[in-house]
Write a protein that binds this ligand. Structure first.
Ligand SMILES: *Cc1c(COP(=O)(O)O)cnc(C)c1O
Length: 403
């Protein structure tokens, strides 16, 4: 490979391998080394006085990064079609908070999807409120009420697709188009699909956010977030990020780059395993609902088929009846699933969820379901053999029913 951009215009897996590996950053080795640096040295006083352009790729000071971080940012930009730049943040939540503070000002209204990641909800109702920014929640499946929710103070919309825990798929192209008509900025938390499965800007969004902690890291050993956008919006994000002193460590950037190279393969594998397990789960008497948009006939599958180019290993199920105690017995009986937050690692995880306490614009369980069926479990399927995972779930169901 000679210079940067040799993956440009090629298929996503090829881009994931080639992206960000500029010769001037990698030298004679394959990966950019870990550049641990606060001070960047200038040649002489004239060099110092000349300064540096405020874009990635110019040695200025550690807070603006060095080749390890620039390489990761450039790689993520190349993965997201139509993006001109990417900002990195120390976590996914930092990305969300910084993006919202960059695009909103006092008096503005932010529309937030009702199935947003809970810390996003907390930022919207807590942090933003301190700045006199009003958050209004909407049902992501009700386009008419979304349209009606706009007022002349609406400045941005916060979307997630599929939604956290309950996995509803919303019509992002239509919601983003409505936002654009009114001049509002559309922000998508694109952590689930990544640009490999959902090219967010191409689908009409202005900002694509990812928690790199999940699929990009992929090994449950780093925390980081990103926001990719077209040139004008990217400039705005960059400025806000500089005000707030956002920088990621080169060691973590190096780990994220390592994860990125195998991300297409891991998503393909864990997505296929998740689909196999979801298909099997649908036939189990303990299961009322399988909330996996990749699964034919599951909620959101039609929109998923229309808009997505890939999935991943994360989905949810809802138990048929059962008690909280029985659900805990099931989770405790699992041998191959860790109990813990986060997802997108090589190892499988399970976590219970009860979204009703966080909903204000939509109901849980949704209308039409048996109200007894409401105890959720989220599974993050890793890289184990799916046959072993199904066997593990089957034995845990037996222990649940004996509890
Ligand atoms: C985990 C997660 C985040 C937050 O990412 P962190 O890196 O843990 O801060 C944001 N959005 C979604 C959908 C997530 O699942």
């Amino acid at each position: 490979m000679s210079a940067s951009g040799s993956g440009k215009g090629r298929k996503p897996a090829t881009r994931a391998v080639a992206a960000g590996r500029r010769k001037e950053w990698t030298g004679a080795v394959v990966n950019p080394p870990v550049w641990r640096a606060s001070t960047h040295l200038y040649a002489d006083s004239r060099d110092l006085a000349a300064g540096r352009p405020d874009v990635d790729g110019h040695f200025y000071y550690g807070r603006r990064g060095a080749p390890t971080q620039w390489s990761l940012a450039e790689a993520l930009t190349e993965l997201e079609p139509q993006a001109d730049g990417t900002m990195l943040y120390p976590s996914g939540v930092a990305a969300i908070a910084n993006v919202l503070l960059a695009v909103l000002k006092p008096g503005d209204v932010l529309l937030v999807t009702d199935n947003a990641y809970e810390p996003t909800r907390a930022i919207a109702t807590g942090l933003l409120k301190q700045y006199d920014i009003e958050a209004r929640f909407f049902d992501p499946l009700d386009v008419a009420s979304f349209r009606a929710a706009f007022c002349d103070r609406t400045r941005a919309v916060m979307l997630e697709n599929p939604g956290s825990l309950t996995m509803e798929v919303c019509d992002v192209p239509q919601l983003a188009a409505i936002a654009r008509e009114t001049g509002a900025v559309s922000i998508l938390d694109n952590t689930w699909a990544s640009p490999l499965g959902f090219p967010a800007l191409e689908r009409g969004c202005d900002i694509s956010i990812m928690s790199l902690t999940k699929h990009v890291g992929g090994h449950s050993d780093l925390m980081m977030g990103s926001a990719s956008a077209r040139a004008d919006t990217y400039k705005l994000l960059r400025k806000a990020s500089q005000y707030m002193g956002q920088v990621v460590s080169p060691d973590d950037a190096s780990l994220a780059l390592r994860g990125l190279r195998t991300m297409p393969l891991r998503l393909q594998q864990s997505g296929a395993a998740a689909l196999e397990i979801a298909t099997w789960l649908r036939a189990q008497p303990q299961v009322a609902q399988v909330l996996c948009p990749m699964l034919e006939g599951a909620p959101g599958h039609d929109l998923w088929t229309r808009d997505f180019t890939g999935g991943c290993g994360l989905f949810s199920l809802v138990l048929k009846g059962r008690s909280v105690k029985q659900r805990a017995a099931f989770i405790d009986a699992l041998e191959l699933f860790g109990i813990g937050y986060s997802w997108g690692g090589y190892e499988s995880l399970a976590i219970p969820f009860d979204p009703q306490r966080a909903r204000t614009a939509s109901s849980w369980p949704p209308a039409g379901w048996d109200s007894e069926d409401r105890l959720g479990i989220r599974l993050s399927i890793g890289l184990e053999d799916p046959a072993d995972l199904m066997q593990d779930i089957a034995q845990a169901f037996e222990k649940m029913d004996a509890a």
